[in-house]
Design a protein around this ligand. Structure first.
Ligand SMILES: [Fe+2]
Length: 417
């Protein structure tokens, strides 16, 4: 998927400024490239070769595929068009590792990515090394007149890779959750601690508020144009909904009360037999949840995760509240009044994933990144515990189908005044 700030822009790097020399920018992008590529490998290093080939459902991709696909992205969109001396690593790879870019050619069926045992992990490591060397060479040697355009493609490739770093984690958790031995992705992983402090609501005055990306630095095209939204007088919960609150929903028969649910949501409750959030299991008469650290008792103070839009909506109705719109969320987040806006769970909003007024996707294959998905999905805001450092942004728009539960997806409530 596509989704955040990397003016060399990840945290710890200086912001890109017009006055900086091309040579300075070469150094900045080289460091950013190496850092992001290394983070992918660091995440994969927790996993065995067997772990890295499994695909537990059509929506989730194998780790090995993620590692190769983000590499193909640089090969296809950066190296082939901009480096006449570049040699494709393996002519079979574009078919295997193109995700959804129709303009970039035919591709392997997504649900069958887990059947590709060859190329093996070592082949993919060699592919990554080949492309790493070529990208670094291009960053160092691209003519000054071409540098700005080339660095822009490097930047989007790095943000793209960061998105896949998050998916690598969410996808392997789904795979491990199918395993009766409850494997831990990282035995040292800790349950995220929510911000303490008084609960309650923060107020947003009615009126016209501007949202979208409005500054320097990177954003995805779906965060533009910066524009005005008319917002009613609304209050947003300062905190995320917790597991303890969700246990009350379960105890009150939330999953057995059709009047709380959207029709499509009630269908999923019945057909999938839903009784609790994703990865929850009743063991020895108490709720446990599959986490990156293996199976753990459900902690009441931790924000709930792995709920679908349908579940979030039903909970809000149960609580006599609503989900915030994405504009309400962004206006509140811009004033820094929300606890845990970032870093624990993406937050479902009641906003459909639609283009902002005046949005147009770019020409060419990269125009397929976001725009063509603007139907039938819902927007989530914030970021999660799996989001790479520096990838979050207040204007960031994540999006998933309303039934999706394998992301680190939670919610905060809203009420109208
Ligand atoms: Fe991708």
């Amino acid at each position: 998927m596509a989704r955040t700030a990397m003016s060399p822009a990840t945290r710890g790097e200086p912001a890109q400024e017009p006055k900086r020399s091309v040579d300075e920018l070469r150094g900045t992008w080289l460091r950013a490239f190496r850092r992001v590529r290394a983070e992918t490998e660091a995440r994969a290093a927790h996993l065995s070769a067997e772990d890295q080939i499994v695909q537990s459902m059509a929506d989730a991709s194998p780790t090995k595929w993620h590692r190769a696909h983000v590499t193909w992205f640089f090969e296809q969109f950066l190296l082939v068009p901009n480096d006449p001396s570049y040699r494709i690593f393996d002519e079979r790879f574009p078919f295997l590792f193109n995700s959804y870019y129709v303009a970039a050619g035919p591709r392997h069926a997504r649900p069958q990515r887990g059947l590709i045992t060859r190329p093996n992990g070592e082949d993919v490591a060699a592919y990554r090394a080949h492309v790493d060397a070529a990208v670094e060479r291009l960053i160092e040697r691209v003519p000054a007149a071409e540098a700005a355009r080339v660095f822009t493609i490097v930047e989007i490739g790095l943000h793209h890779e960061q998105q896949h770093q998050e998916l690598l984690i969410t996808d392997i958790l789904h795979a491990f959750a199918q395993n009766p031995t409850d494997p831990a992705y990282d035995p040292k992983w800790q349950v995220p601690r929510a911000t303490q402090g008084p609960r309650g609501y923060v107020e947003i005055p009615a009126g016209t508020h501007a949202i979208g990306h409005d500054g320097d630095g990177f954003c995805f095209d779906n965060e533009t144009p910066f524009h005005d939204e008319l917002i009613p007088h609304v209050r947003l919960a300062r905190h995320l909904v917790t597991n303890g609150e969700w246990l009350e929903f379960i105890a009150a028969g939330g999953y057995a009360t059709p009047s709380l649910w959207l029709s499509d949501g009630w269908t999923t409750v019945q057909t999938d037999g839903l009784q609790a959030p994703g990865y929850w299991r009743n063991k020895d008469d108490s709720w446990h949840v599959m986490t990156l650290g293996g199976l753990k008792p459900v902690d009441r103070a931790t924000p709930v995760q792995h709920v679908s839009y349908y579940e979030a909506d039903a909970f809000a109705r149960f609580a006599g509240k609503h989900l915030p719109s994405e504009a309400e969320w962004e206006v509140a987040a811009r004033t820094n009044v929300l606890a845990d806006a970032f870093g624990i769970a993406w937050q479902w909003t009641r906003s459909a994933y639609l283009p902002y007024p005046g949005y147009r996707a770019a020409e060419g294959a990269l125009g397929e990144y976001n725009g063509k998905f603007m139907v039938s999905q819902m927007v989530l805001r914030g970021s999660s515990l799996a989001t790479p450092e520096g990838h979050e942004r207040v204007s960031y728009r994540n999006f998933f189908y309303p039934s999706a539960r394998w992301q680190f997806s939670g919610l905060r409530l809203a009420e109208f005044v």
